[in-house]
Design a protein around this ligand. Sequence first.
Ligand SMILES: [Mg+2]
Length: 156
Amino acid sequence: MIVSFDLDDTLFVSENKFKTEAPLKFPKNIIYKERLRLGTVGLMRYIREQNIKLWIYTTSFRSERYIRGLFKSYGIVLDNVINGEKHAKEVQAGHAEGMPSKYPSKYRIDLHIDDDISVYQNGKIYGFNVFLVGGQDDEWSQKIIHEIERIKAKKN
Ligand SMILES: [Mg+2]
Protein backbone atom coordinates (compact mmCIF):
# COMPACT_ATOMS: atom_id res chain seq x y z
CA MET A 1 0.00 0.00 0.00
CA ILE A 2 1.24 3.51 -0.83
CA VAL A 3 0.14 6.76 0.83
CA SER A 4 1.31 10.11 -0.53
CA PHE A 5 1.16 13.65 0.82
CA ASP A 6 1.10 17.03 -0.83
CA LEU A 7 3.37 19.61 0.82
CA ASP A 8 2.13 23.20 0.54
CA ASP A 9 -0.86 23.91 2.80
CA THR A 10 -1.16 20.18 3.51
CA LEU A 11 1.96 19.42 5.58
CA PHE A 12 3.75 22.77 5.25
CA VAL A 13 1.44 25.27 6.92
CA SER A 14 1.52 28.81 8.26
CA GLU A 15 2.17 28.93 11.97
CA ASN A 16 -0.20 31.89 12.18
CA LYS A 17 -3.14 29.73 11.17
CA PHE A 18 -2.19 26.27 12.36
CA LYS A 19 -0.83 24.38 15.32
CA THR A 20 2.58 23.18 14.15
CA GLU A 21 5.31 20.74 15.06
CA ALA A 22 8.25 22.22 16.94
CA PRO A 23 10.80 23.87 14.66
CA LEU A 24 14.05 22.03 14.08
CA LYS A 25 17.07 22.95 16.15
CA PHE A 26 19.87 25.15 14.88
CA PRO A 27 21.34 24.86 12.28
CA LYS A 28 18.66 22.68 10.62
CA ASN A 29 16.06 25.38 11.20
CA ILE A 30 18.12 27.66 8.94
CA ILE A 31 18.08 25.12 6.10
CA TYR A 32 14.52 23.86 6.63
CA LYS A 33 12.23 26.76 7.39
CA GLU A 34 8.87 25.17 6.62
CA ARG A 35 6.68 24.33 9.60
CA LEU A 36 4.82 21.02 9.68
CA ARG A 37 1.17 20.71 10.58
CA LEU A 38 0.96 19.37 14.13
CA GLY A 39 0.49 15.60 14.03
CA THR A 40 2.52 15.08 10.84
CA VAL A 41 5.37 13.28 12.59
CA GLY A 42 3.09 10.92 14.53
CA LEU A 43 1.00 10.16 11.45
CA MET A 44 4.04 9.43 9.30
CA ARG A 45 5.51 7.23 12.01
CA TYR A 46 2.25 5.29 12.14
CA ILE A 47 2.31 4.82 8.36
CA ARG A 48 5.89 3.54 8.41
CA GLU A 49 5.13 1.18 11.31
CA GLN A 50 2.26 -0.29 9.30
CA ASN A 51 4.72 -1.10 6.50
CA ILE A 52 2.86 1.27 4.23
CA LYS A 53 5.01 3.11 1.69
CA LEU A 54 5.28 6.81 2.47
CA TRP A 55 5.59 9.20 -0.48
CA ILE A 56 5.55 12.93 -1.06
CA TYR A 57 3.73 14.07 -4.21
CA THR A 58 4.11 17.81 -4.77
CA THR A 59 3.88 19.95 -7.88
CA SER A 60 6.49 22.26 -6.34
CA PHE A 61 10.03 22.19 -7.66
CA ARG A 62 11.79 21.71 -4.33
CA SER A 63 14.53 19.14 -4.89
CA GLU A 64 14.09 15.55 -3.81
CA ARG A 65 17.23 15.90 -1.72
CA TYR A 66 15.78 18.91 0.14
CA ILE A 67 12.44 17.20 0.79
CA ARG A 68 14.06 13.98 1.99
CA GLY A 69 16.48 15.94 4.17
CA LEU A 70 13.70 17.89 5.85
CA PHE A 71 11.72 14.82 6.85
CA LYS A 72 14.87 12.94 7.82
CA SER A 73 15.54 15.73 10.31
CA TYR A 74 12.24 14.79 11.97
CA GLY A 75 13.26 11.11 11.94
CA ILE A 76 11.04 10.20 8.99
CA VAL A 77 12.35 8.22 6.03
CA LEU A 78 10.44 8.73 2.78
CA ASP A 79 10.05 5.87 0.33
CA ASN A 80 9.65 8.12 -2.69
CA VAL A 81 9.33 11.76 -3.71
CA ILE A 82 7.47 13.02 -6.79
CA ASN A 83 8.14 16.70 -7.37
CA GLY A 84 7.10 19.01 -10.20
CA GLU A 85 10.06 17.98 -12.28
CA LYS A 86 9.42 14.25 -11.97
CA HIS A 87 5.71 14.69 -12.58
CA ALA A 88 6.45 16.62 -15.80
CA LYS A 89 8.79 13.86 -16.99
CA GLU A 90 6.80 10.84 -15.91
CA VAL A 91 3.16 11.90 -16.13
CA GLN A 92 2.85 14.81 -18.53
CA ALA A 93 5.55 13.85 -21.06
CA GLY A 94 4.20 12.47 -24.31
CA HIS A 95 0.68 13.77 -23.68
CA ALA A 96 -0.33 16.66 -25.90
CA GLU A 97 -3.58 16.99 -23.98
CA GLY A 98 -3.51 18.39 -20.46
CA MET A 99 -3.06 15.81 -17.75
CA PRO A 100 -4.40 16.29 -14.20
CA SER A 101 -2.06 18.35 -11.99
CA LYS A 102 -1.45 15.17 -9.99
CA TYR A 103 -2.08 11.64 -11.15
CA PRO A 104 -1.62 9.28 -8.19
CA SER A 105 -3.03 6.26 -10.03
CA LYS A 106 -0.13 6.46 -12.47
CA TYR A 107 2.06 5.51 -9.49
CA ARG A 108 -0.40 3.03 -7.94
CA ILE A 109 -0.82 5.32 -4.94
CA ASP A 110 -3.71 4.04 -2.81
CA LEU A 111 -4.40 7.28 -0.97
CA HIS A 112 -3.20 10.83 -1.61
CA ILE A 113 -3.64 13.63 0.93
CA ASP A 114 -4.04 17.16 -0.40
CA ASP A 115 -5.59 20.55 0.37
CA ASP A 116 -6.51 21.32 -3.25
CA ILE A 117 -10.17 20.73 -4.10
CA SER A 118 -9.33 20.32 -7.80
CA VAL A 119 -7.05 17.38 -6.95
CA TYR A 120 -9.95 15.90 -4.99
CA GLN A 121 -12.31 16.44 -7.95
CA ASN A 122 -9.78 14.90 -10.34
CA GLY A 123 -9.74 11.88 -8.07
CA LYS A 124 -13.46 11.44 -8.73
CA ILE A 125 -12.97 11.81 -12.50
CA TYR A 126 -9.82 9.73 -12.94
CA GLY A 127 -10.52 7.26 -10.16
CA PHE A 128 -8.02 7.78 -7.37
CA ASN A 129 -8.52 8.27 -3.64
CA VAL A 130 -7.88 11.74 -2.24
CA PHE A 131 -8.33 12.78 1.37
CA LEU A 132 -8.91 16.53 1.45
CA VAL A 133 -7.47 18.49 4.36
CA GLY A 134 -8.49 22.02 5.29
CA GLY A 135 -7.91 24.44 8.12
CA GLN A 136 -6.80 23.68 11.67
CA ASP A 137 -8.35 20.38 12.75
CA ASP A 138 -7.12 18.52 15.82
CA GLU A 139 -8.53 15.29 14.40
CA TRP A 140 -7.00 15.40 10.93
CA SER A 141 -4.43 12.66 11.43
CA GLN A 142 -6.97 10.39 13.12
CA LYS A 143 -9.31 10.84 10.15
CA ILE A 144 -6.52 9.87 7.77
CA ILE A 145 -5.70 6.76 9.82
CA HIS A 146 -9.38 5.88 9.55
CA GLU A 147 -9.29 6.31 5.79
CA ILE A 148 -6.13 4.19 5.51
CA GLU A 149 -7.84 1.42 7.50
CA ARG A 150 -10.91 1.63 5.26
CA ILE A 151 -8.87 1.35 2.04
CA LYS A 152 -6.71 -1.42 3.48
CA ALA A 153 -9.81 -3.43 4.41
CA LYS A 154 -11.16 -3.01 0.89
CA LYS A 155 -7.88 -4.23 -0.65
CA ASN A 156 -7.82 -7.46 1.32
MG1 LIG B 1 -1.18 22.06 -1.56
